[in-house]
Ligand binder design. Structure first.
Ligand SMILES: [Zn+2]
Length: 481
């Protein structure tokens, strides 16, 4: 398997630490807001990667963190440690505790993952009724559950001489690591501009790029809501330490792959790597891999802070299917920026519907895999996830004059990686009781009138009868609970 290694600055052959086994840490969601389409890209890209490894016969051990504390960066990309605690802010806004905010948004992450066929980190399909209470079993790690481990790792970093303490915080001294800026090659003075104002918050901070390992509940954070006891006083962990602590707690002191978005390179992953070396005396991660941004027509990053990124349910309200979104995000290589617009999503919908139409024509009988196509498919995946090649092989296969049932078997085999629900295209329509049918008709009527509140109420009523309604580009679809 070949991937682009950010540190090597080129495509490399991945050589796992244990033959046939790949361990992966994926940077996961921060849960004080609902994910938008710009966030979702990473999860679809790395889901396709995960599925590819399973398809190619690797054993995969993967975890994904959920940041439910300590995400203190400011809105800029410089990674200030003295931004607002947005979890606290959101809790205040909604009049609840920070942990309730986290739980609420974890549930929306699960909804979006399910809708987009994103597998759980442990490789399972996320069960329909699973909520935030069950996420640990699926390979998600919540930062708030690992504060003990974070404190242990910080103690190691301190014992190895990489830290200093002020009234406000315990810092990592970046000048102690000669290769601190290895990712970007950026010189430390260049960082100064972005973090200048912080020096005013803590006069005792030595270098602008030094970052917080443990923040004390004092000064600016006197009223911070989530706090723990620690050798450095009551307070809370810095953002980056959770990934060092959870990665090594779950995957060991050396693991194969760390995934994340390119926006994590200059601060979050630079600091995580420094902590790894500080705690364990060696880099923990063998390969760092990063996905590019989703951008608007003018190449501007789609993000919550710029307010230009829609949520998945918004796109579904517009008449798209979650599979259109999945198709768009997987059809372009993870290292290429994707321009996102309603038009580009329409293009994906057309391409996807052309595929499902052809699959429908194949009937229901499944024959044998066509090995020639399977081999080419595998090669394209191994070639740095060459998705345009993957999709052209799929289209070629659909047009080929092989026996229909063999084409179907092979297409459905490919869908183990693509995850486009191609196996559902030919499913028998389910028997729907008349009571549910009436509610569905009524719901269609109120939706045409754009009465979405009533439409949601009817959805709840239908679910009480044991059915789930999904809004797709082909109208309402119903599934048994
Ligand atoms: Zn991380």
């Amino acid at each position: 398997m070949k991937l682009y290694s950010t540190l090597d600055r080129k495509i490399v052959e991945i050589e796992p630490l244990k033959e046939g086994q790949i361990s992966i840490y994926s940077c996961g969601p921060t849960v004080y807001y609902r994910m938008q389409i710009g966030n979702i890209r990473a999860y679809v890209n790395w889901d396709v990667f995960h599925r590819s490894l399973l398809y190619l016969g690797y054993g995969v051990k993967r975890i994904m963190n959920i940041t439910d504390v300590g995400h203190m960066t400011s809105l800029d990309d410089f990674g200030s440690d003295f931004g607002e605690d947005r979890m606290d802010k959101q809790a205040e806004r909604e009049g609840v505790q920070p942990i309730d905010i986290a739980n609420k948004y974890i549930d929306t992450v699960l909804d979006d993952f399910r809708a987009l066929n994103i597998l759980a980190p442990n490789g399972q399909v996320i069960p329909k009724d699973l909520t935030h209470e069950g996420v640990e079993e699926l390979g998600f790690t919540r930062a708030t559950e690992y504060v003990e481990e974070m404190i242990e790792v910080i103690k190691k970093i301190e014992a190895n001489g990489y830290t200093y303490e002020t009234e406000q915080a315990l810092y990592f001294d970046v000048t102690k690591i000669s290769e601190y800026s290895i990712f970007t090659g950026q010189n430390l003075d260049e960082k100064e501009v972005g973090v200048r104002e912080e020096v005013e918050v803590d006069m005792d901070k030595k270098n602008p790029a030094d970052f917080v390992l443990w923040m004390k509940k004092t000064g600016k954070y006197e009223n911070h809501l989530m706090n723990w006891e620690s050798p450095w006083g009551v307070g809370f962990p810095g953002w980056h330490i959770e990934c060092t602590a959870m990665g090594t707690a779950k995957l060991g002191e050396r693991f194969d792959i760390h995934t994340g978005g390119v926006d994590h390179i200059p601060v979050h992953h630079t600091n995580e790597r420094a902590q790894n070396i500080g705690a364990f005396g060696h880099p923990v991660v063998k390969y760092w891999v990063h996905n590019e941004w989703l951008v608007n027509k003018d190449d501007g990053k789609l993000s919550k802070s710029s307010g230009n990124a829609p949520y998945l349910p918004t796109l579904i309200e517009l008449g798209f299917d979650a599979m259109d979104v999945r198709y768009l995000l997987l059809s372009i290589n993870y290292r290429t920026r994707i321009q996102f617009s309603v038009e580009s999503l329409e293009g994906s919908r057309n391409a996807r519907l052309a595929i499902t139409r052809k699959v429908k024509e194949l009937g229901k009988e499944k024959g044998n895999l066509i090995q020639e196509y399977v081999e080419r498919f595998k090669k394209a995946l191994e070639d740095n996830l060459n998705m345009s090649e993957v999709l052209s092989i799929l289209n070629e296969l659909l047009k080929s004059d092989n026996p229909k049932e063999d084409i179907l078997a092979t297409v459905l085999d490919f869908d183990r990686v693509l995850g486009l629900d191609l196996d559902k295209v030919n499913e028998d329509p389910i028997e729907i009781p008349s009571q549910v049918k009436e509610l569905l008709d009524l719901r269609q009527k109120v939706r045409n009138e754009r009465n979405f509140e009533e439409s949601d109420n009817l959805r709840d009523e239908i679910s009480k009868l044991g059915y789930i309604v999904k809004d797709t580009s082909e109208g309402q679809q119903i599934e048994k609970l």
